[in-house]
Design a binder for this molecule. Structure first.
Ligand SMILES: [Zn+2]
Length: 166
């Protein structure tokens, strides 16, 4: 799936974990599950039908812009959580499609869903472009649904007016 959708969904999952961080903000333990669950979620999102509607460069730029635009509005206490979820959500692409390519390792992959064989297998199954785009839209919608469902948590995670002036 496009890295921008991974990023958007990943960041929204921080709404599922903020209570743990509230209880133990300075423990690494609070961030381990959010990170790895986002890595797994990335795999699921790469296995279900998906399109490549946006070319990779603008897709990457959007994936970088999403956290850059959100960070100024998030309370310091939750910044590490949001960044952990974000990093987990893009981590498999960062390693397999970023680092390994830069190192000239070509088709070497760590994450099984990125293996060339899997890629071609899925490409052969998911031939209906409409369905592929529909799944992209559903993933993006799930992200907004999560934000709406956890809107109280969102209010807690966002900085208040006093924090801006102070
Ligand atoms: Zn991927």
């Amino acid at each position: 799936m496009m890295v921008s959708i991974h990023a958007a969904v990943g960041i929204s999952t921080s709404l599922l974990f903020y209570k743990k961080v509230n209880a133990a903000p300075y423990k690494v333990k609070s961030y381990v599950f959010p990170f790895f669950s986002n890595v797994v979620l990335h795999g699921v999102m790469d296995i279900i039908p998906h399109s490549h509607l946006i070319p990779s460069i603008p897709d990457m730029l959007i994936a970088l812009l999403i956290p850059a635009l959100l960070i100024p509005f998030i309370k310091r206490k939750y910044l590490i959580l949001v960044l952990t979820c974000y990093l987990g959500s893009i981590f498999p692409d960062l390693i397999d499609l970023g680092v390994f390519r830069l190192l000239g390792l070509g088709t070497f992959r760590i994450f099984p869903w990125h293996l060339v064989e899997v890629y071609f297998f899925l490409d052969a199954i998911y031939t209906n472009h409409f369905v592929n785009v529909l799944f992209d839209i559903m993933a993006a919608t799930a992200c907004f649904a999560l934000v709406f469902w956890k809107r109280k948590g969102l209010q807690l995670m966002l900085r208040t007016k006093q924090e801006y002036s102070g």
